[in-house]
Write a protein that binds this ligand. Structure first.
Ligand SMILES: [Zn+2]
Length: 467
């Protein structure tokens, strides 16, 4: 297969939202908008659930969360009731796009991509992303690169600690520092290392959205006109666009550039206490007196009388307590289907405080994914279609709360993120069709003349344009 471009640069913007870059509330972003005007842009549909882990792993493998056996930041590792374990790079067994490029003799540089810690060997170099311990000295491949980076640009940052905080002033400053640190690393490597594939991810945009949405979006129900952080979004997006422009000036013209996000974002308007609902309806039984709210993990659960429990988060995962599957299962195996149907119907029909349907979306993993490796949830629940966050804590008088239980949070993720590309990536003058997160890896392979494995779910945009 011939190469269509000499090199590919992927600029990942975690949580980038079309509305602020190309849509109705777009800021003045000459570099991103110039790239899209000369090339093209469209929406990029995330995976289910639209969450950072596993979304970047889905994008870089072309496989869905079920095939990866990675359903969120934290996952069950067996059928016991043990606490969920945080996912890392070792959970991803499918080859990443840079593994396939490496087999074809091409060199990659990867910077700050979520779920790449601990670093694994590749033909090229890698700096790991969020979930890297801040004191780690083993955040690069090769290991010696860590000291080289410290020498060249100073300490490398991996995330914003405790971004769910009320100290917005300090947080905004840290966000901008983090942005510049990430692009300093990228600029250093893009000039000093050989590469045919370069991919970096800015994580600050996600933290910005969660921390400042209600300050910046007049449509947010908690927006207060004249608040001191009204310009926080515009300031960050503008600074980001400046750094993108500087990075683009460092790459040769024969580079194909893709701008991608792992998911979009939207205003978060409150929470649905999913475990409290399960308790109220008799599906989940805890022995605690629940005079105050507490995490479900801190409760004593009466598993012999429990049929279902759930995780909190931007999306909820519901698990059934199944006989001969879980240690103290109560739902007979041949009743899984009917019980799931009952829960699905009841959750989908759930009404809000105003008596109107909440519009909860319920997904069955075995109908959503090609296969379900690891320990999949039995249901995925998007509370009020992502308008509400799933609250995992218990001890509430009502199943509806105004605030998140793990700290202030103004935004939820949304399905549609951003895709933009330079003209040399596109094969037709027609506007880009909406894309899927699984299309990114095949597109990169196609551009660099490497065969697309059948295990990848998506299609190269070149192939879809030709079809
Ligand atoms: Zn994300």
């Amino acid at each position: 297969m011939p190469r269509r471009v000499e090199r590919v640069l992927v600029i990942g913007l975690d949580c980038a939202t079309p509305r602020f870059i190309f849509g109705r509330d777009a800021f003045n972003l000459p570099n991103l908008q110039g790239l899209a005007e000369a090339g093209g842009w469209t929406s990029l549909r995330s995976c289910d659930p639209p969450i950072t882990v596993p979304a970047w792993a889905c994008m870089t493998t072309g496989c869905d969360p079920g095939v990866l056996g990675c359903y969120g930041f934290r996952n069950r590792v067996d059928q016991s009731y043990a606490p969920l374990q945080t996912a890392d790079s070792t959970n991803i067994r499918e080859p990443r796009v840079w593994d396939l490029l490496g087999e074809a003799g091409l060199t990659s540089v990867c910077v700050g991509i979520p779920q790449t810690y601990p670093p694994t060997p590749l033909n090229g170099c890698l700096v790991s992303g969020i979930l890297t311990p801040q004191d780690s000295t083993s955040f690069t491949y090769p290991k010696s690169l860590a000291a080289e980076l410290e020498e060249a640009i100073g300490p490398v940052e991996f995330d914003i600690a405790e971004y769910r905080t009320d100290d917005k002033q300090a947080l905004l400053k840290r966000l901008h520092q983090f942005l510049h640190n990430r692009f300093d690393v990228a600029e250093y490597l893009i000039q000093s290392k050989p590469w045919e594939f370069f991919m970096m991810v800015d994580m600050g945009l996600d933290r910005l959205h969660h921390a400042f949405w209600k300050c910046c979006d007049p449509d947010h129900p908690k927006y207060v006109a004249g608040n001191p952080y009204e310009q926080a979004f515009e300031q960050y997006y503008t600074a980001l666009d400046d750094r993108i422009g500087a990075l683009l000036r460092l790459v040769p013209d024969d580079t194909g550039v893709l701008v991608v996000s792992d998911h979009g974002a939207r205003a978060l308007e409150g929470g649905l206490c999913i475990n409290q609902w399960l308790i109220d309806e008799g599906y989940l039984v805890v022995e605690d007196d629940l005079l105050e709210t507490k995490r479900l993990e801190d409760c004593v659960i009466d598993w012999d009388r429990t049929t279902a429990w759930a995780t909190g988060g931007y999306v909820s995962r519901v698990y059934l307590n199944v006989v001969d599957r879980e240690p103290n299962g109560t739902v007979p195996f041949d009743e899984i289907e009917s019980f799931r149907n009952i829960l699905t119907t009841r959750l989908a029909d759930l009404e809000g405080p105003d008596g109107h349907s909440l519009g909860n979306i319920v997904q069955l993993p075995d109908q959503t994914y090609r296969e379900c490796k690891g320990i999949p949830p039995d249901l995925l629940v998007y509370c009020s279609g992502l308008r509400l966050r799933a609250i995992g804590s218990v001890g509430y008088d009502s199943i509806f709360v105004a605030e998140n239980d793990t700290g202030p949070d103004d935004a939820n993720h949304d399905f549609d993120g951003v895709f933009a590309a330079t003209k040399n990536v596109l094969v037709a003058d027609a506007p880009l069709e909406p894309m899927n997160i699984f299309d990114v890896a095949p597109t990169v392979l196609d551009l660099l003349g490497v065969a697309i494995p059948e295990t990848m779910h998506g299609n190269s945009i070149a192939a879809s344009a030709a079809a």
